[in-house]
Design a protein. Structure first.
Length: 244
């Protein structure tokens, strides 16, 4: 489905570009006939796109500067369960590491100090309970598990403390929030343009420019854009109307 959407988007961009090129000679004559509201949105698009690019560049700058300093966890703290978090980079993307005898790459879940503290307490309680039984069966295993978890509290604390330190020092969270806000504004602007009923070939050009503007956002956001189908249908209709 994703590949189909990507191919369709590329096809529409190509159609729009071809139609726009063919219509360039008449666009100037049709500009004054196009809806004033659509032309106003077109004028505003450059500023909205520039704001997004500026915010995106800031995020990339931070990632380039601080990314190499992102901590590498002690892989003994790989753990799944309560109080665990996914292993991510400074941009929040999952980090794949080798796991298992097959060496398969996968995004790991890392235990926090809270996770190991709770696990150690639970195992210690189990050890003490078993020690009160006549057979004391399983007590040694519970004790080993308690000691193992207790020994991982500090490695987990060191890793997550460094993650917190770099996150705060780099300002990445604020930068990501600004980029998200700028992207939302661009999404709204492009959406309004794409769904606005154009009158002339100038409207087609405006919509082609809007689609090209949206192509500048992160690939993940493009692929999972909930409005992609509506925009594609609107662009198809526009191209066919103006080509006729």
């Amino acid at each position: 489905m994703t590949m189909m959407n990507t191919n369709r988007r590329n096809m529409l961009l190509g159609l729009a570009a071809a139609s726009t090129a063919a219509a360039t000679g008449t666009a100037g004559n049709s500009a004054h006939q196009e809806a004033e509201e659509l032309m106003t949105m077109a004028d505003e698009l450059d500023g909205t796109l520039a704001a997004y690019k500026e915010a995106d560049n800031r995020v990339r700058e931070i990632a380039r500067e601080w990314g190499p300093h992102w901590p590498v966890p002690d892989m003994r703290i790989v753990r799944y369960g309560e109080y665990c978090k996914q292993h991510r980079d400074i941009l929040g993307r999952g980090i794949e590491t080798e796991w298992g005898k097959s060496g398969q790459m996968r995004v790991q879940s890392l235990g926090t100090p809270e996770h190991f503290e709770k696990s150690a307490r639970a195992a210690q309680s189990e050890y003490e309970r078993k020690m009160q039984t006549k057979s004391q069966r399983g007590a040694k295993g519970a004790k080993r598990w308690a000691d193992k978890n207790a020994a991982l509290i500090e490695p987990a604390r060191e890793y997550w403390s460094e993650v917190e330190r770099i996150t705060e020092a780099s300002g990445i969270e604020a930068a990501l929030a600004v980029r998200a806000e700028a992207r939302d504004a661009l999404h709204e602007q492009v959406g309004k343009i794409m769904l606005y009923p154009e009158k002339t070939v100038t409207g087609l050009i405006v919509k082609a420019q809007a689609m090209q503007a949206w192509e500048t956002v992160e690939p993940f956001q493009r692929v999972f854009n909930p409005e992609s189908l509506a925009w594609a249908e609107a662009m198809t209709a526009t191209v066919l109307r103006q080509a006729a």
